[in-house]
Design a protein around this ligand. Structure first.
Ligand SMILES: NC(=O)c1ccc[n+]([C@@H]2O[C@H](COP(=O)([O-])OP(=O)(O)OC[C@H]3O[C@@H](n4cnc5c(N)ncnc54)[C@H](O)[C@@H]3O)[C@@H](O)[C@H]2O)c1
Length: 266
C-alpha cells in the first residue's frame, strides 16, 4: 500500500511508533525515524534493514528536527508522509500538582514537536502532495482523570489536525490523526505504575475497550498504513478512534450471556 513512499516518523524507536515503522516498511515504504534514544540508528537498522535510517534527536528542538528532515531529504530525495508520533505522558497528576517544568515539557514534545516537523517539512509535502498523520489519544476528546496536562496536549493535537487539514488541503496534503485509548507500551506501563490501584489496572484497561482487551501497537499501525495510503485519498481532518469502542463510554462487566439466556427463556 505504500510502495516507494518515504515516511518521516517521529517516536519510532519503540511502542506504537515502532509498530508503525514495521508496518510502513512491510508495505513498501522507506523510513527516516527520529527518536530520542541514542541507539535509534541501531534499532532502526536492526528492525528495518538498510533501506531505512534512524536519527537520534529531540522533537522539541527546532534545530534537531530541521537537521533530521534534511538528512531524510539527502538520503531519499523526498518525503511523502510525516507521522508525528513522538510523545510523553508523564506525570499522572491533577493540574495543580503538575510542576511547571513537567507542564512545559509535555507542551514542547507533544504539541511543539508537530509544529517543528510542519515548519521544516511542509514544503517537501507540497512537492509530493503528501500527508500528515498525528498520533493523538482518545483522552484528547473525553478527558482523563489525573492527567490534565497530557490530555490538553492531545486536545490541541486534535484541533491542530483539523486546522492543518483546512490549511493544507489546497496543496493536496491530507492531515489526519489516530486516537488510541490504551495500547500496551512502556508509556502505558509507566502510567499504570503511577496509579494508586496499579494491580487492578490491567483488568480496568481490558474493560474500557468494548472489544474486550487492551491491544498492542499493531492495530494502530494498521490504521496508520491505511490513512497514509491512497486508499484514504478522500479522508482529511479525521480523528480516527482506534480504540476498540472505548469512546462509547461503556465498561464491560455485565454477564451478557447469562442475561440473554434469561431473555430467551421468556
Ligand atoms: N500507549 C498508549 O496507551 C497510548 C494511548 C494513546 C495515545 N498514545 C500516544 O502514542 C504515541 C506513542 O506512545 P507509546 O505508548 O508508543 O510511547 P513509548 O514511550 O513506548 O514511545 C515513545 C516514543 O516517542 C519517542 N520520544 C519521546 N520523547 C521524544 C522526544 N522529545 N523527541 C523525539 N522522540 C521522542 C521515544 O523515543 C519513543 O520512540 C504518543 O504520542 C502517545 O501519547 C499512546
Amino acid at each position: 500500500m505504500l510502495k516507494n513512499k518515504i515516511v518521516f516518523l517521529t517516536g519510532g524507536s519503540m511502542g506504537i511508533g515502532l509498530c508503525c515503522a514495521r508496518a510502513y516498511a512491510a508495505n513498501g515504504a522507506k523510513l527516516a525515524v527520529m527518536a530520542i534514544e541514542p541507539e535509534t540508528p541501531e534499532i532502526i537498522a536492526t528492525e528495518l534493514g538498510a533501506n531505512s535510517i534512524g536519527i537520534t534527536g529531540d522533537v522539541a528542538d527546532a534545530a534537531a528536527v530541521k537537521a533530521a528532515i534534511q538528512t531524510a531529504i539527502q538520503t531519499f530525495g523526498r518525503i511523502d508522509i510525516i507521522h508525528n508520533n513522538a510523545g510523553i505522558a508523564h506525570p499522572s497528576a491533577p493540574l495543580h500538582l503538575t510542576t511547571e517544568q513537567e507542564f512545559d515539557r509535555l507542551m514542547q514534545v507533544n504539541i511543539k514537536g508537530i509544529y517543528h516537523t510542519t515548519v521544516h517539512g511542509i514544503e517537501y509535502l507540497k512537492k509530493t502532495k503528501g500527508c500528515i498523520i498525528n498520533t493523538s489519544s482518545l483522552v484528547g476528546e473525553i478527558g482523563q482523570e489525573l492527567h490534565a496536562a497530557y490530555t490538553a496536549t492531545k486536545g490541541a493535537v486534535n484541533a491542530m489536525t483539523k486546522s492543518m487539514a483546512l490549511d493544507y488541503a489546497k496543496f493536496g496534503i491530507r492531515v489526519n490523526a489516530v486516537a488510541p485509548a490504551g495500547v500496551w507500551t512502556s508509556m502505558l506501563k509507566e502510567w499504570s505504575n503511577e496509579q494508586p490501584n496499579s494491580e487492578t489496572i490491567e483488568t480496568y484497561l481490558d474493560h474500557i475497550h468494548v472489544l474486550g482487551y487492551c491491544p498492542e501497537g499493531d492495530v494502530i499501525a494498521d490504521a496508520c498504513v491505511f490513512l497514509a495510503s491512497d486508499k484514504a485519498a478522500f479522508i482529511t481532518g479525521c480523528i480516527l478512534p482506534v480504540s476498540g469502542g472505548a469512546e462509547l463510554g461503556y465498561r464491560r462487566g455485565i454477564d451478557q450471556d447469562a442475561f440473554i439466556k434469561q431473555i430467551e427463556k421468556r
